[in-house]
Write a protein that binds this ligand. Structure first.
Ligand code: ADP
Ligand code: MG
Length: 286
């Protein structure tokens, strides 16, 4: 696809560029900011970003809870836990209204774990009243214990992801700069606007994160330019470069910040943490 063709998607009125990275909403001073990491495409670094941004925020002294809402359980695995042997998971929290404390494990940061059961949550929830608010309800008792709750979502825009959007103040969209799917961004924004109209008026995209950036590839550079041309200030200055460290760390059950603390990969997520925190501050002063 040519660059002009790609850019022509941007004629779609739904995805109007916004002037600046949206700061987070703060409902009350002492409650957690809830951020979802979403893109219905798999392999764009949602899980990698949830974990490493979470650990970077924790390094700065913030209290962080990660929530694994993907039945594949990659986030759970990346903290050295086995989703196949986990008995109580976010499935029980969402479907049986089990208190979320009962599925939180303490690792590099706190993590509410997933298991393969979660694949049945969509179906099990679909007949329940309040099915879109199960996650929001689950967070209520722990929101004052954390500064940030970061939700890793599955590669779909189904009921699990909708639950994440309903419970969130903002959404960060990781986008792979090699296979930029602007059509995918339009679908995601359509789902979000449905959630805004019916369930959570405050939620919106607070930032777009270019990932797997390879400066040697023309395609990578062009994809990044197209993102910046069309979404302007919504795109983080930090772009996450492609490096094998990101594949190595989860095998050890750790973040890249623990695996290679002084490496470039770790630094990039620390940079992102600064940008996310600045977005928050700029609203406070607004
Ligand atoms: P998603 O959750 O969107 O499916 P993941 O975070 O699981 O994506 O990433 C997909 C794969 O790409 C994983 O194997 C991960 O280790 C790897 N990966 C993530 N970020 C990078 C990066 N910046 N450079 C190279 N590989 C990466
Ligand atoms: Mg994932």
């Amino acid at each position: 696809m040519t660059r002009t063709e790609l850019a022509s998607y941007m004629g779609l009125a739904r995805l109007l560029p916004r002037p600046n990275i949206r700061p987070l909403h703060e409902a009350a001073p002492a409650t957690a900011d809830v951020i979802s990491f979403a893109n219905q495409k798999g392999g764009v670094a949602k899980t990698t970003t949830t974990l490493n941004l979470g650990v970077a925020l924790a390094e700065k002294g913030h209290r962080v809870l990660l929530v694994d809402l993907d039945p594949q359980g990659n986030l759970t695995m990346s903290q050295g836990l086995n989703p196949d042997t986990i008995e109580r998971s976010m499935f029980d929290v969402l479907v049986h209204r089990m208190p979320i404390e009962q599925v939180i494990e303490h690792r590099e940061v706190d993590i509410a774990v997933s298991s393969i059961d979660l694949a049945g949550a969509d179906m099990a929830l679909s007949s329940q009243i309040g099915r879109e608010r199960a996650l929001e309800k689950a967070f209520a008792p722990v929101k004052e214990r954390y500064d940030f709750i970061l939700i890793d979502t599955p590669p779909s825009l189904g009921l699990l992801t909708i639950n994440a959007f309903v419970a969130s103040d903002g959404v960060i969209v990781p986008v792979q700069t090699e296979y930029l799917s602007l059509r995918g961004l339009v679908q995601l924004e359509n789902t979000l606007s449905m959630v805004r109209e019916n369930l959570n008026p405050a939620v919106e995209i607070i930032g777009i994160l270019p990932t797997m950036y390879d400066k040697r590839l023309t395609h990578s550079r062009e994809a990044e330019e197209i993102l910046r041309e069309n979404f302007g200030g919504l795109v983080y200055n930090t772009r996450i470069r492609k490096t094998v460290r990101f594949a190595e760390a989860p095998v050890r059950g750790t973040s890249v910040l623990a695996y290679d603390p002084t490496g470039e990969a770790a630094e990039l997520y620390r940079d992102l943490a600064k940008e996310v925190l600045n977005g928050k501050k700029s609203r406070k002063h607004a």
